[in-house]
Design a protein around this ligand. Structure first.
Ligand SMILES: *[C@@H]1O[C@H](CO)[C@@H](O)[C@H](O)[C@H]1NC(C)=O
Ligand SMILES: *[C@@H]1O[C@H](CO)[C@@H](O)[C@H](O)[C@H]1NC(C)=O
Ligand SMILES: *[C@@H]1O[C@H](CO)[C@@H](O)[C@H](O)[C@H]1NC(C)=O
Ligand SMILES: *[C@@H]1O[C@H](CO)[C@@H](O)[C@H](O)[C@H]1NC(C)=O
Length: 179
């Protein structure tokens, strides 16, 4: 009897916790929000996550996109923003969208460490992590891909970091050449 009671409490605690976890995740960054180290954006279907990370055996911090379902110790990063400018101290660094539709990584002095670019402006710019793994900057009410201001899929070369462990074949060709 006691065991069943505690099992019930255990299951109920999950029941009440799960909606809270889901309701705090978002797939969008608006001009009123920013992402600090430790906060993430999750694509609507839960496939991809965007946030700060450190590659294996590194203390450097990067903004990237990875597969959410995979366990943290097997993190597979698919895209990196500030590949050329890794951070060592993220305490006052934020990722945000400004009213001109620029998604930027800013330090405490409001200096841009990394940013997207665009040739147009829209009424209500937002950055959205799509379930395809594409990070796009667009108008909040316009889902037409032709009208995206910027998209990470157009910058695929930003994927690999020097610290990232690549597959064996890739390692022999790509990494050894660099060393
Ligand atoms: C941002 O905040 C302003 C003022 O509080 C509000 O008018 C606007 O709708 C907000 N924008 C978004 C994208 O939530
Ligand atoms: C990180 O930066 C913050 C403010 O920008 C500063 O207060 C802090 O001392 C720095 N930490 C280290 C370890 O340098
Ligand atoms: C954005 O920058 C890239 C190179 O960094 C350039 O190829 C592209 O034309 C730029 N796009 C706009 C809209 O300025
Ligand atoms: C860390 O190492 C694992 C296993 O070698 C690899 O699959 C993963 O992509 C690496 N993660 C990063 C962020 O480099």
């Amino acid at each position: 009897m006691g065991t069943i009671f505690f099992l019930l409490i255990f299951l109920l605690s999950f029941y009440y916790c799960i909606p809270k976890i889901i309701s705090t995740t978002t797939d969008v960054i608006t001009t009123n929000q920013s992402i600090a180290d430790g906060e993430t954006v999750v694509s609507s279907g839960g496939t991809f996550e965007l946030g700060f990370f450190s590659p294996n055996d590194s203390t450097k911090r990067y903004i990237g996109i990875w597969y959410k379902q995979i366990l943290p110790h097997m993190q597979t990063v698919v895209w990196v923003a500030n590949r050329e400018k890794p951070l060592t101290n993220t305490s006052s660094v934020v990722l945000k969208v400004n009213k001109w539709g620029i998604l930027a990584l800013l330090n405490g002095k409001n200096e841009m460490i990394w940013s997207t670019n665009t040739s147009r402006s829209v009424q209500n710019p937002v950055a959205v992590l799509l379930d395809s793994g594409n990070l796009v900057v667009k108008d909040a009410n316009d889902d037409n891909p032709e009208n995206f201001l910027w998209q990470s899929f157009h910058f695929p070369t930003d994927t690999h970091l020097p610290e990232m462990k690549l597959g064996k074949n890739l390692k022999n060709t790509a990494i050894v050449e660099k060393l």
